[in-house]
Write a protein that binds this ligand. Structure first.
Ligand code: CTP
Ligand code: ZN
Length: 155
């Protein structure tokens, strides 16, 4: 990439996760998926609409002191399919991976249908099949097309 000192706008982090190559404009949705609202006191850097060779414009989110769960990565892949997840330890990138679009996301999203068995007080985890135009509840067929972050289950 063409990053150099003149272009560096967000500091490197010591330990944590850098989510890079997020489609421009999606950074706030990424924060929502990670449950980051700024109240926990953890350091988080967000850069929006940075020039990118690959994407034209990209967003970058850097989270100090935290690595992501597979569930979080699965939902991220739905809104940021080109994202790269970099694990940072002692300032070095020790692991770099692309997100993969799963065929099913389980226990992460809440079905918008209040009559769905997964939203009642039953021990049934939600399961959504991932399609091209959204995700479909495997119990009641309700489709969530837009606004996935609004349907993420609180942890
Ligand atoms: N990064 C960071 N803190 C570190 C190390 C890296 O914030 N201590 C960030 C970099 O700024 C970059 C991302 O993590 O946004 C990936 O770092 P690196 O692999 O060094 O950069 P590139 O080679 O440009 O990555 P890619 O090939 O994935 O574009
Ligand atoms: Zn449902």
């Amino acid at each position: 990439m063409s990053d150099n000192d003149q272009q560096l706008r967000v500091s490197k982090i010591q330990n944590g996760t850098v989510i890079d190559h997020i489609a421009g404009g999606q950074a706030l949705n990424v924060l929502a998926i990670l449950g980051i609202d700024g109240t926990s006191g953890d350091s988080v850097s967000v850069a929006m609409n940075m020039p990118s060779d690959r994407l034209g414009h990209k967003d970058v989110v850097k989270v100090e002191g935290r690595e992501l769960s597979q569930n979080e990565v699965d939902v991220l892949s739905l809104i940021a399919p080109a994202a790269t997840i970099n694990i940072i330890r002692d300032y070095e990138v020790v692991e770099k991976g692309r997100v993969e679009r799963p065929s099913v996301v389980e226990g992460v999203l809440e079905c918008p249908n209040h009559n769905c068995i997964t939203t009642e007080n039953e021990p049934v985890d939600s399961r959504f099949a991932v399609g091209d135009d959204g995700v479909r509840c495997e119990y009641c067929d309700t489709i969530i097309r837009d606004d996935l972050p609004a349907h993420i289950l609180a942890e």
